[in-house]
Ligand binder design. Structure first.
Ligand SMILES: C[S@@+](CC[C@H](N)C(=O)[O-])C[C@H]1O[C@@H](n2cnc3c(N)ncnc32)[C@H](O)[C@@H]1O
Length: 396
């Protein structure tokens, strides 16, 4: 990613941003600082300049500088029906329109914030055909949605831009700016990720409790999509999350969730994301990602495993009815074969007589491996592997 720093250098942009942040009521711990991680292709990040204890506050964000459709001055300039229409199509669209407006407004409250945000991105949305072909087999290409984004801009944003010519200029508020602000929202926006720090601090809980509390918090919070200056300066590294955004007595605060030694990078978490989602939304992948997955298309699975054309469709019908066969089977890093995949393999590899028996009894086979299923699944995985254009070995 590259930043909008043709006139100002890294340090100067940081200084102006911090000045803006603090003069608007934000506070920043003297134990943290910005650091240029561009040599690691990670842009700007936050580093500890002193040892930090768990739950120490790293910074507070005043609500007044959180950018959303509620705080942007655009809400007073265009009709609420235009916002509502955008919101119905996609809940992220009103914020994207606000950002298109605020980023180009001469005296916007958020000017120093936009100055520190990147303007170029490494996400596949901006890759050329040659580079995209490297993603063959990953399933990412189908999810980029560049053509769809362009259609959404032309169908829904352009009419608002053109009918509000005193606010927007279609030469400036154009498709390129839409892609840029859309990418920023995708990579930087916060969506209902805030939790109550007191709950976390006061108990020694197991994973199950944690999930329950998350659900309770989600019920309390109204889902809102916002840009949080400073909170989005933190990078992510799967398995290394050491800070988190909390709402504490009405304050938004980023706090350490474990001990952070001087010199360590401070990481927020963007979620438990597989490589495909990290790449699509953020433009990077982590080498060791415990949340990585491989998707096996359901149609590909049944086509590969089927041994009898006459009964194939009936088998598929039965498997779908029982929710055993799905659009996608997911293999994760536990390396456990999903039971549904084993049952699907067993059914697809039944001969006519065996399938007749199944139809009569309606009793599906147990998801237990046998030699035949093992061999056919190995063949299936080899075929799936062959769909990738490159391998880790080839790339060295
Ligand atoms: C919320 S922003 C974090 C701040 C960002 N580094 C910056 O310079 O503004 C998210 C973006 O940071 C970059 N990023 C975050 N973690 C990264 C990592 N581990 N490796 C490479 N890039 C990373 C990606 O470009 C991602 O889209």
């Amino acid at each position: 990613m590259s930043h909008n720093d043709n006139t100002l250098n890294f340090e100067e942009i940081n200084k102006q941003f911090i000045h803006w942040f603090c003069s608007n009521g934000g506070t920043i711990s003297p134990k943290i600082s910005f650091k240029d991680y561009s040599s690691e292709n990670a842009g700007r990040g936050v580093v500890s300049v002193d040892d930090i204890e768990p739950f120490e506050v790293l910074f507070n964000i005043p609500h007044s500088i959180v950018l959303s459709e509620k705080t942007s001055s655009l809400k007073d300039l265009i009709s609420s029906s235009e916002f509502e229409m955008l919101s119905k199509i996609n809940s992220w669209f009103p914020l994207i329109l606000c950002m298109m407006y605020e980023s180009q407004k001469e005296n916007s409250l958020w000017k120093p914030y936009f100055d520190i945000l990147p303007r170029e991105f490494d996400t596949p949305m901006f890759w050329n055909e040659d580079d995209l072909s490297e993603l063959e087999g990953t399933g990412v290409i189908d999810k980029i949605g560049k053509a769809d984004a362009e259609k959404q801009f032309n169908d829904h944003f352009l009419p608002i831009i053109q009918s509000n010519s005193s606010i927007f200029d279609s030469n400036i508020h154009n498709l390129e700016l839409f892609h840029c602000m859309g990418s920023l929202v995708m990579a930087n926006a916060f969506q209902d990720k805030i939790r109550n720090k007191n709950i976390e601090e006061n108990q020694d809980k197991n994973e199950e409790d944690e999930e329950d509390e998350e659900n309770e918090d989600e019920e309390d919070e109204k889902e809102e999509i916002t840009m949080m200056p400073m909170a989005d300066m933190l990078n992510h590294k799967t398995g290394f999350n050491n800070a988190r955004l909390f709402r504490d007595k009405g304050l938004l605060e980023m706090a350490a969730i474990k001990k952070i030694k001087k010199g360590e990078q401070i990481y927020n978490t963007y979620g438990e994301l597989c490589s495909a989602d990290l790449l699509r939304k953020y433009g990077f992948v982590d080498e060791n990602n415990m949340y990585d997955i491989v998707e096996l298309n359901g149609q590909f699975v049944v086509d590969t495993l089927s041994i009898d054309e006459d009964t194939k469709n009936k088998k598929i019908e039965m498997l779908l009815e029982e929710d055993i066969l799905d659009d996608i089977f997911v293999l994760d890093t536990t390396c456990e074969i999903p039971p549904e995949l084993i049952i699907t393999a067993k059914v697809m590899r039944m001969d006519k007589a065996q399938f007749k028996k199944l139809q009569k009894s309606e009793k599906f086979p147990e998801p237990k491996m046998n030699l035949d299923i093992k061999q056919s699944l190995i063949q299936l995985f080899e075929k799936r592997l062959a769909m990738y254009k490159t391998s880790i070995k080839v790339k060295g």
